[in-house]
Write a protein that binds this ligand. Structure first.
Ligand SMILES: O=C(O)c1cc(=O)[nH]c(=O)n1[C@@H]1O[C@H](COP(=O)(O)O)[C@@H](O)[C@H]1O
Length: 239
């Protein structure tokens, strides 16, 4: 992954909205995330179009199924030419290994396989709910560290976690293991459904590799200006 990207979550209803959002960014190469809403509506053309426009694509479908199904699904996704994909670590080691097997089998010749990161505990999850709803009795941090270790043992490239656990993961698993962090807010705006939240400055100081930002940029009155402000906060003095 290139130098600490800010990944814009394109959480839009369809490609018309995506094209309208991207138009004022013409000439800039962004790192964008395609999630379930957009992919389920528009399908593979989403990825082809974004690649044609020169953007890097995080295809975030959070696969979680039996190993054979995930292996075959990843084979299809690798063929689209995306750069980064996700699975749920809760699917287990065999499923994560199968995901990598599928990605390696499906990658078009001449391209490198997409990076694959595992979602640990969603940033919308609070410790109390994890304990009552998932019946996990360790702390939320311990649960995230456990999933991150499992993802590393399985050969994955990193994890999706909140900023609250990222530095512990980097300490335990090394700086080469990616930490991709949503739940980022400037501090002033509504957290919406996010619970484990941090500012871009905090994320930078914690050594996080990539942040994912959706609504604060895509719903901003002036998204280009908002992106510039966010990039300055995320990159700090180097921007
Ligand atoms: O895998 C993800 O990207 C993800 C994992 C997670 O734990 N939390 C999380 O918010 N996300 C995604 O990150 C984006 C965050 O969007 P905003 O809350 O609008 O900034 C959404 O597209 C979520 O689907």
């Amino acid at each position: 992954m290139e130098e600490n990207p800010l990944i814009i979550a394109l959480d839009f209803k369809g490609m018309d909205e995506v094209e309208a959002f991207l138009e004022p960014f013409r000439g800039q190469n962004l790192f964008v995330k395609v999630g379930m809403e957009l992919f389920y509506k528009e399908g593979p053309n989403t990825v082809y179009r974004l690649k044609e426009l020169g953007h890097r694509v995080f295809l975030d479908l959070k696969l979680h199924d039996i190993p054979n199904t995930v292996m075959r699904a990843m084979k299809s996704l690798a063929g689209l030419g995306c750069d980064l994909v996700t699975v749920h670590a809760a699917g287990g080691r065999a499923m994560m290994e199968a995901a990598l097997e599928g990605l390696e089998a499906g990658v078009p010749s001449g391209l490198s396989r997409p990076s694959c990161v595992a979602v640990t505990q969603l940033t919308s999850t609070e410790e109390a709910h994890m304990k009552t709803e998932q019946l996990i009795s360790v702390s939320l941090r311990e649960s995230v560290y456990h999933y991150a270790s499992l993802a590393k043992i399985s050969g994955l490239d990193g994890v999706v976690c909140s900023a609250w656990e990222a530095s512990g993961i980097i300490q335990r698993l090394g700086n080469g293991f990616l930490t991709v962090t949503p739940g980022i807010r400037m501090g002033t705006e509504d957290h919406q459904d996010q619970k484990r939240v941090a500012t871009p400055e905090m994320a930078r100081e914690l050594g996080i590799h990539a942040i994912v930002v959706g609504r604060p940029i895509i719903r901003a009155a002036n998204p280009v200006e908002a992106y510039g402000t966010w990039m300055k906060s995320w990159r700090g003095a180097s921007q």
